[in-house]
Design a protein around this ligand. Structure first.
Ligand code: ZN
Length: 80
């Protein structure tokens, strides 16, 4: 089972860059189906990347950090 933390920290960028094996992708998609916060994060991340790609080469690290912090806060809130 993939955890939220693993998804965010280890797999998200590779997932979007299609750099993962099909088994891992299937695993991540199963996680996304049962985890709305990660799905929201993924969509936000994708949209931000698209916006950024129109103006710059890649998403600034600060933006990634902000997005990740946002999601971690969301997840923490729901669990407590
Ligand atoms: Zn999750």
């Amino acid at each position: 089972m993939v955890t939220c933390k693993e998804f965010l920290e280890d797999f998200l960028a590779d997932y979007l860059d299609a750099g993962l094996s099909p088994e891992v992708v299937a695993e991540l998609e199963r996680h996304l189906e049962s985890c709305p916060p990660c799905l929201t994060y993924l969509n936000t991340y994708k949209r931000t990347r698209e916006l950024v790609s129109q103006t710059a080469a890649e998403m600034p690290p600060e933006m990634k950090a902000i997005l990740r912090k946002f999601l971690v806060e969301q997840l923490t809130k729901e669990k407590s």
